[in-house]
Design a protein around this ligand. Sequence first.
Ligand SMILES: [Zn+2]
Length: 63
Amino acid sequence: MEIDNKELEEMLTFLNAACDAVKDCHKAKFTCPICGSTAHVVKSRYNGHRHASCSGCDANFIE
Ligand SMILES: [Zn+2]
């Protein structure tokens, strides 16, 4: 199986930016490191899981 390293790197950068944005809150906007658009991230009050998405480049992740 071939892994696209660039894509993986971008997702990790996106993930880190999202985690940083909700470090001290439960809901935040941040600048998408991949495309520069505004992305949103929400952290669950119950289990701390995060859900982030960017409307500009369709990057997203759910923990
Ligand atoms: Zn984006």
